[in-house]
Design a protein around this ligand. Structure first.
Ligand code: UTP
Length: 290
């Protein structure tokens, strides 16, 4: 079937990051590094590698470093060029050219659903991708591309899911699904932060969704949910009941950079893979008396 192509992505990055305090007070958690690149660059690169051309980053007060990072930094560039560091200069210039990146502020952190609703004008009447700003996914095929492929086949919104532990599902969300084939599911219901007796399954949405534009009218009507926030999961539940949704168990390793443990795991695993650090870092870790 002929569907509208997914060319736009929204990256919500306006949350308070309370799990990463005190650092989140001075540095947006979305700008925390995995080895030598901020989480946000991983997200932008993932979107670009999936064929996305336009990206809206939802920011808030104190998140200005995100905008600056994707801008040319003429002073810094001049200093690099004066000292003959042309390779480094090229590398940082590329960052600002990755995609058409737009910014809008969510004036109050009223929840992920509220943040996504700030993207209505940018998105217009098209399907779009959402990459949660603190979820980095390292994979062979960009995780969001795996979801876009399912969208293109079924023409319904798609949630990126993985099996999590019973403890984790109560902190994230739980989906009621039917398996369609391999890693693709039809979604029948979902619940945000379920208590133990309300868990549908251990399949949880982890950081990636593709949504149709109808989500915006739904978000307008979505009341505050778990934690007093406007939850994207609640709006996606309504979408599921109205027109259906799919889920895709994506291939890839997901890091929750918004939690201390997730941040540390990301840096250890990726530090072991990075060509500039891998050998020495492995030796260092082996030498640790644990
Ligand atoms: P999280 O729930 O992980 O972010 O939202 P948070 O609220 O900052 O987390 P804690 O609990 O305080 O530590 C996932 C993504 O959605 C963004 C966050 O910045 C994060 O990247 N978000 C969340 C918003 O943009 N606005 C919000 O109101 C809430």
């Amino acid at each position: 079937m002929d569907r509208k192509k997914v060319t736009k992505a929204v990256i919500p990055a306006a949350g308070l990051g309370t799990r990463m305090l005190p650092i989140a007070m001075g540095t947006p958690k979305e700008m925390l590094p995995i080895v030598d690149k901020p989480a946000m660059q991983y997200l932008v690169e993932e979107a670009v590698n999936a064929g996305i051309t336009d990206i809206l980053i939802i920011t808030g007060r104190g998140k200005e470093t995100i905008e600056d990072y994707f801008d040319f930094n003429l002073d810094y560039e001049k200093r690099l060029s004066d000292t003959g560091k042309t390779k480094e200069l090229e590398r940082i210039r590329e960052i600002a050219k990755l995609a058409n990146i737009f910014f809008i502020r969510q004036k109050e952190a009223k929840g992920l659903g509220h943040a996504v609703n700030c993207a209505r004008q940018f998105v217009g009447n098209e399907p779009f991708a959402v990459l949660y700003g603190d979820d980095v996914i390292v994979s062979k095929t960009p995780a969001i591309k795996q979801l876009i492929d399912v969208y293109e086949e079924h023409g319904l919104g798609v949630a990126g899911v993985k099996y999590v532990t019973e403890e984790q599902v109560q902190k994230y969300c739980s989906l009621k699904v039917e398996s369609i084939k391999d890693n693709v599911f039809r979604v029948y219901d979902m619940i945000e932060k379920p208590s133990k007796d309300k868990i549908f399954s251990l399949l949880s949405i982890l950081g990636r969704v593709v949504l149709p534009p109808e989500i915006f009218d739904i978000l307008d009507e979505t009341p505050k949910g778990a934690g007093g926030e406007i939850q994207l999961t609640d709006a996606m539940r309504t979408l599921t009941l109205q027109q259906g949704m799919m889920a895709c168990e994506f291939e890839g390793t997901r890091y929750d950079i918004g939690s201390k443990l997730g941040f540390l795991i990301a840096n250890v695993e990726q530090g072991l893979l990075h060509p500039e650090t891998s050998d020495e870092f492995r030796k260092f870790l082996k030498g640790l008396e644990l």
